[in-house]
Write a protein that binds this ligand. Structure first.
Ligand code: SF4
Length: 327
């Protein structure tokens, strides 16, 4: 091999993750993941201390073909490059530091006859807390009119992106939703729940039957730098999340039961005190590396599973249901 005296390095944004039965390489720049055998993961670990020729020797003559195959795969997928010893320090590892300036980063709000009149108050409170992402479930009789009104109310807010989930009503037109999406860059996605066979030209409008929507496994996985770094120390589903249900009750998430206050009657100061409390933040730091079922799953740094973790007597964390996401 021409590079026999050189060292192989993964591109800093390409990170191997060891799993129980298989491993993965996360390409955080191209936002994709490659599934690899655990042997290839172990092989990549040899890059740290050994030159190519040393690796070939360490693996032995019998494995020469496998070594060739591994290198060819890593080169073909543009995951590695070669460099001389004196160049090693020029390519440091990617920082795993994750910061988020706001006290809350994302909110799920159920819009009902009770919460809708308080929407402006909710947005003012949330933006003061630094929230940038909203997931809004419309539970009122009207859908389109309410979404249009909400988007107008967000015009001067610092909310960066909004996802809507709503029932598609028979008297509405898909084309109106399409115009709404084209004219408002804040709208990330509109999930329209309908049993009818409907079509749309917009990639931001996803039409699905209510039954299928419940099983939206794809939405749990995302490969990117922010999620990867956040998931090293935090639970990427619960961290900095708030849920306001249709009654106005404030909870951690739709999956949790503890009610902290009601948004219709609480003051900003009180809400901030709740958010700052240990009790409200109790799930935030339970990252996948300390959850029994997830700690050896190769998907743990791209998975936003929404199950509520429980603490065992021994101090580890577990789920009461089995993971249905892992294949
Ligand atoms: S929830 Fe399932 S897919 Fe996600 S990290 Fe845990 S075991 Fe893996």
């Amino acid at each position: 091999m021409n590079n026999s005296d050189k060292y192989a390095r993964m591109f800093s944004n390409c990170i191997p993750v060891l799993g129980r039965n298989k491993s993965a390489i996360y390409d955080l720049q191209r936002k994709q993941m490659f599934t690899i055998p655990n042997d290839l993961y172990k092989f990549i670990q040899l890059f740290e201390e050994h030159t190519i020729s040393e690796i070939v020797e360490l693996c032995g003559k019998d494995n020469k073909e496998v070594v060739e195959e591994y290198f060819q795969f890593l080169i073909a997928k543009e995951l590695i490059f070669f460099l001389a010893k004196d160049e090693l320090e020029l390519f440091p590892k990617l920082s795993m530091k994750w910061t988020s300036p706001g006290k809350i980063s994302n909110a799920i709000i159920e819009i009902s006859e009770i919460t809708y009149p308080f929407f402006e108050k909710i947005v003012t409170y949330l933006t003061t807390l630094g929230c940038e992402y909203l997931y809004i479930k419309i539970r009122t009789a009207e859908s389109y009119i309410v979404i249009k009104d909400i988007i107008e109310k967000l015009t001067t807010s610092s909310i960066f992106s909004v996802v809507f989930e709503t029932k598609f009503n028979k008297n509405e037109k898909i084309v109106d939703y399409e115009h709404l999406v084209t004219e408002n860059k804040r709208i990330e996605t509109i999930f329209l729940l309908s049993d009818e066979e409907l079509e749309t030209s917009s990639s931001k409008i996803l039409i699905t039957s209510p039954e299928k929507f419940v099983d939206k496994k794809d939405c749990f996985f995302t490969v990117n730098l922010t999620l990867f770094t956040e998931s090293q120390k935090y639970n990427t589903y619960f961290n900095k999340k708030i849920f306001i249900n249709r009654s106005g009750d404030i909870l951690n998430a739709p999956e949790t039961e503890e009610v902290f206050e009601n948004i219709t009657s609480t003051s900003y100061e009180n809400l901030e005190m709740i958010i700052d409390s240990e009790q409200f933040q109790k799930y935030w730091s339970i990252h996948k590396d300390i959850i029994d079922e997830c700690k050896d799953c190769e998907l743990r740094y791209m998975c936003v599973d929404n199950r509520v973790p429980r603490k065992s007597k021994e101090g580890s964390y577990f789920f009461t249901t089995e993971c249905e996401l892992r294949v």
